[in-house]
Design a protein around this ligand. Structure first.
Ligand code: PRP
Ligand code: URA
Length: 211
């Protein structure tokens, strides 16, 4: 598995504001979207394109357009939803599938409560979005859904990761074509399974504690 950790002062700056417990939800949502757009630039480096012809006001030239089948973007509900707009801004022709996964805060095991994905993902580039890669259980469950539908080209984008989480995903994917793009690699998990230093509960900070 290829792992890319963003090394850009704008990403680090925006993450620092996101980590701050005083940052309110509206600002948190805006920054999550902006961070996703910055990470999308790296995550889409291998997006498939097809040659095309372009008529400029001056002449005809060769260009490229995003190839068919269009990329599939899959935010993991809830918190991944906060990243969706940042991705589709950059790749507006992408299609969107959904997976709803919640982690049991006692056992740290994920449960899937919703899924809306195409049946056949063979030959389709898939981009999975979730701000937090903690134990890796939730992202692993989402990637497994994609593998089960034939996906063989998956890129996951997370704002924060941990060495434990990366190891869990690496063990799942084996030698399949999977990339992981992280805004930052944090130190570890604490005894409650939270990322340290982290930013707290991403879903709650984005959307409150109603869900
Ligand atoms: C959070 C986060 C990830 C998961 C990470 O979701 O958005 O999906 O925890 O933890 P893991 O790597 O140990 O599985 P949560 O379960 O809190 O659901 P939410 O997005 O609905 O708030
Ligand atoms: N999920 C979160 O939202 N935050 C963490 O630190 C770990 C899992």
């Amino acid at each position: 598995m290829r792992v890319h950790i963003a090394d850009h002062p704008l990403v680090t700056h925006k993450l620092s504001v996101l980590r701050d417990k005083a940052t309110p939800s509206p600002v948190f949502r805006q920054l999550t979207e902006e961070l996703m757009t910055l990470l999308a630039y790296e995550a889409t480096r291998g997006v498939r394109v097809a040659d095309c012809e372009v008529e400029t006001p001056v002449t005809t030239t060769r260009g490229v357009k995003i190839a068919d089948p269009k990329p599939l973007v899959v935010p993991i509900l809830r918190a991944g939803l906060g990243m969706l707009e940042g991705m589709t801004k950059l790749v507006p022709t992408a299609e969107v599938g959904f997976v709803g996964i919640v982690r049991n805060e006692e056992t740290l095991k994920p449960t899937t409560y919703a899924e809306r994905l195409p049946d056949n993902l063979a030959g389709r580039q898939c981009f999975v979005l979730d701000p937090m890669l903690a134990t890796g259980g939730s992202l692993a469950a989402a990637i497994k859904f994609l593998f089960d539908r034939g996906a063989d080209d998956v890129t996951a984008v997370c704002l924060l990761g941990t060495p434990e989480g990366v190891q869990a995903i690496d063990a799942l994917v084996g030698d399949r074509d999977v990339s992981l793009v992280l805004g930052a690699m944090d130190e570890r998990l604490n005894e409650k399974g939270y990322i340290v230093p982290g930013l707290g509960d991403a879903g709650d900070r984005l959307y409150g504690t109603a869900g």
